[in-house]
Design a protein around this ligand. Structure first.
Ligand SMILES: NC(=O)c1ccc[n+]([C@@H]2O[C@H](COP(=O)([O-])OP(=O)(O)OC[C@H]3O[C@@H](n4cnc5c(N)ncnc54)[C@H](O)[C@@H]3O)[C@@H](O)[C@H]2O)c1
Length: 322
């Protein structure tokens, strides 16, 4: 088992990865490039720690609620079926300690990685900056250290050579809000050592993620290769007034036996994320296009505070319990 975990970059995902590793008892160092980064990362640590503790506390009220199994914080509670208010209180007590004591910030890259078992790069999605980082890191890493990238859109083969350890390098891709959406897609490049790959899979399990193994490189990994076109198709039917969200969901559920339809999924993922994905599509700026209509409709819902299940309302109203 890896004990010394280093996360490079203390942004949204870097902070969340570090917190999950600390929550599960690992010693975590976040390497940051400047004092300014420390000032930006510290409040994020506090913000996400508070959210994790709040979600644990809220989970107590979900015990016995049939929707609970869909929305409980899966990364924080390993065994939902046997969870009790008392077992969750014990997790809260451990979390208060681990999230404070197991994380430290370091500006000196050599010091940060000196004892690293694994380094997870979670810096901004900029290939040039990532290459510069890997080149600087290569001579500092101990022989044993495994290196992963959390990049969402870049493939590990783009960086394998500059890491200086292509056999010990692969992608380990988390989802935003990892303490709830606890997927970890593990994707090697053709030169990744299969044994190293399996060690990364085991590490993902250790930090309460569900490892999802890809056998080859794929832009968008598994999830987004399927989910983005699926949700786009459902949103297009809605935006073009072909059918309403409830009917679209019902069609999907009745015809496939799936427990949730696309709009229920959107409520779980959160409409803010859906909106952000749409705005990244250049077609969202083309007046009259379907993507433009979807973006506008999502924005209207967000402006009304209907951002999904966590807000109590999205495409469905969750304040009325049956
Ligand atoms: N946000 C998401 O939903 C999400 C989900 C999965 C994966 N990712 C991936 O995680 C990575 C980080 O994304 P994020 O959303 O946390 O970004 P972010 O902008 O919140 O954080 C980026 C971090 O990288 C640091 N950074 C940028 N350039 C640097 C440099 N040259 N040297 C050192 N540090 C530098 C920034 O200071 C910041 O702390 C990206 O590769 C992204 O594709 C993001």
């Amino acid at each position: 088992m890896f004990q010394n975990t280093v996360v490079a970059g203390g942004g949204v995902l870097g902070t969340q990865i570090a917190l999950m590793a600390a929550y599960t008892g690992h010693d975590v160092t976040i390497w940051l490039r400047s004092e300014g980064s420390v000032g930006r990362t510290q409040p994020k640590i506090e913000h996400y720690s508070a959210q994790m503790l709040e979600d644990l506390a809220k989970a107590k009220a979900l015990i016995g609620n049939p929707m609970g199994a869909y929305v409980y914080p899966r990364g924080l509670i390993r065994d939902w079926k046997s969870a009790t208010p008392e077992s969750i209180d014990a997790l809260i007590a451990d979390a208060r300690k681990n999230l404070k004591e197991h994380i430290h910030l370091e500006l000196d890259m050599a010091k940060a990685v000196k004892y690293a078992d694994i380094v997870i790069e979670a810096m901004a999605e900029d290939p040039q900056q990532k290459i510069a980082f890997y080149e600087k890191l290569a001579p500092l890493l101990p022989e044993k250290t495994i290196l992963c990238t959390n990049s969402s859109t870049l493939l590990p083969s783009q960086f394998a050579a500059v890491t200086g350890r292509p056999d010990k390098f692969c992608a380990l891709h988390f989802a935003n809000s990892i303490w709830k959406m606890n997927t970890a897609e593990v994707m090697g490049h053709p030169g990744t050592d299969p044994e190293v790959y399996q060690q990364v899979v085991a590490f993902a399990q250790d930090i309460n993620m569900v490892p999802l193994q890809l056998h080859k490189e794929q832009p968008g990994y598994i999830l987004n290769s399927m989910l983005v076109p699926f949700l786009n198709a459902a949103e297009s039917l809605w935006a073009n007034e072909v059918a309403d969200p409830k009917t679209i969901d019902m069609t999907w559920k009745l015809a496939t036996g799936a427990p949730t339809g696309p709009f229920q999924i959107l409520d779980i993922v959160g409409l803010t994320t859906a909106y952000n994905i749409c705005t990244m599509d250049p077609r969202s700026k083309e007046e009259g296009s379907t993507m433009n209509k979807i973006t506008r409709l999502l924005k209207e819902k967000l402006d009304r505070g209907e951002s999904g299940i966590n807000a109590g309302k999205g495409f469905y109203d969750y304040t009325q319990r049956s």
